[in-house]
Design a binder for this molecule. Structure first.
Ligand code: ADP
Length: 327
């Protein structure tokens, strides 16, 4: 079966692709027509406030619940027509973790190897290899209940990897972890992708999406409010600017007169110009400076961060948070 979707203009084969995915619980519409296209081998982050429907989306795509409407292909298989094939191609970790706390990490791994019908020898080899890869060799003989939060997540991922999934769903992989474990998990996720796996993660952390994801979709009110790379999303909202700082007051004065649309900071000898952060705009400014013989001592480009985007897209504009005052 082909892994690419119909001719919708995307070159890379899709790991996950949905059209008009819908789900309601009773009167509550949770997903109201979700379109996604996630290229194979990439990291995709589904970002949204609590209750936005992120877990519901993961449950649908991993065949745990059925959608009310729309279509989805996962790993090239139709979700409705061939859920068995989808299940064979994916791994799911997170809130529905399969880790059994009463047995050791190694025993958990061997159980998983049994489930995947590996021979005893193959199972032991795979378990040892994955435990080492996820830095759990030392803890392998201890009951999983004694593991820290980060270790449990790593074991969860190790268990998922026994099935050699092509697509891994990570539902809030770092929620509740301390900063070091979170960075550790980010590294693990990056390594998974280097190995060719597609990662679909949900997160409440903007920084996490920013750090890891090739593409981010912001889920709000059952719909995708915006989708793109972190940089693309940041450019969606105004507030970006270029800052030019001078050490020579005379140069500062000349630049302030020569350039249009600048905001002055006389104390810092800095000028601020609105900008979308694009290369084109930056080049225009540099050309302008060159032509007037001016040279700033420092030039910085400020794009709005993902927080700004997230709140602009998901929150109703609250009176005490006027967006135009952000930067
Ligand atoms: P998120 O993961 O973004 O926090 P969820 O997908 O868990 O959001 O939930 C989205 C909405 O759907 C919430 O309002 C939640 O209460 C509701 N919901 C989720 N699962 C069920 C269910 N099994 N029955 C009824 N409502 C549900």
């Amino acid at each position: 079966m082909p892994t690419s979707m119909k001719g919708d203009g995307h070159a890379a084969p899709a790991a996950v692709s949905t059209v008009g995915l819908r789900k309601s619980y009773g009167d509550k519409v949770v997903l109201d027509g979700i379109d996604l296209h996630i290229p194979a081998g990439s990291v995709f982050a589904l970002l949204g406030p609590n209750g936005a429907g992120k877990t519901t989306a993961v449950k649908i795509l991993s065949t745990l619940v059925t959608a009310d409407g729309g279509q989805a292909q996962v790993a090239g298989h139709d979700l409705a027509a061939d859920p068995q094939a989808v299940r064979a191609a994916i791994g799911v970790t997170g809130q529905f973790s399969a880790v059994d706390g009463l047995i050791t990490g190694e025993e958990n791994m061997l159980l998983m190897a049994d489930l995947h019908h590996l021979s005893k020898q193959e199972g032991r080899r795979t378990a040892a290899e994955l435990l080492a890869r996820l830095d759990l060799t030392e803890a392998a003989k201890k009951p999983a209940a004694t593991y820290s939060g980060g270790m449990k997540r790593r074991l969860d991922i190790a268990m998922t990897l026994v099935g050699k999934p092509r697509i891994i769903f990570l539902d809030e992989p770092t929620t509740g972890l301390d900063p070091r474990s979170r960075h550790n998990m980010w590294q693990i996720i990056r390594e998974l992708v280097t190995g060719g796996v597609t990662v679909f993660l949900t997160t409440q952390y903007l920084e996490e999406a920013d750090q890891l994801a090739d593409r981010i979709a912001v889920l709000n009110d059952g719909r995708i409010a915006a989708q793109g790379s972190a940089e693309e999303l940041k450019r969606l909202i105004p507030g970006g600017h270029i800052r030019l700082r001078f050490t020579d007051p005379a140069a500062y004065q000349r630049a302030a007169t020569a350039l249009d649309d600048v905001t002055r900071d006389d104390e810092a000898l800095a000028l601020r110009l609105p900008s979308d952060g694009s290369q084109r705009e930056l080049r225009t400014l540099l050309d302008r400076l060159d032509s007037t013989g001016l040279e700033a001592d420092e030039l910085t480009v400020h794009t709005p961060d993902l927080d700004d985007v997230f709140f602009a897209l998901t929150g109703p504009a609250t009176p005490n948070q006027p967006k135009e005052a952000l930067r």
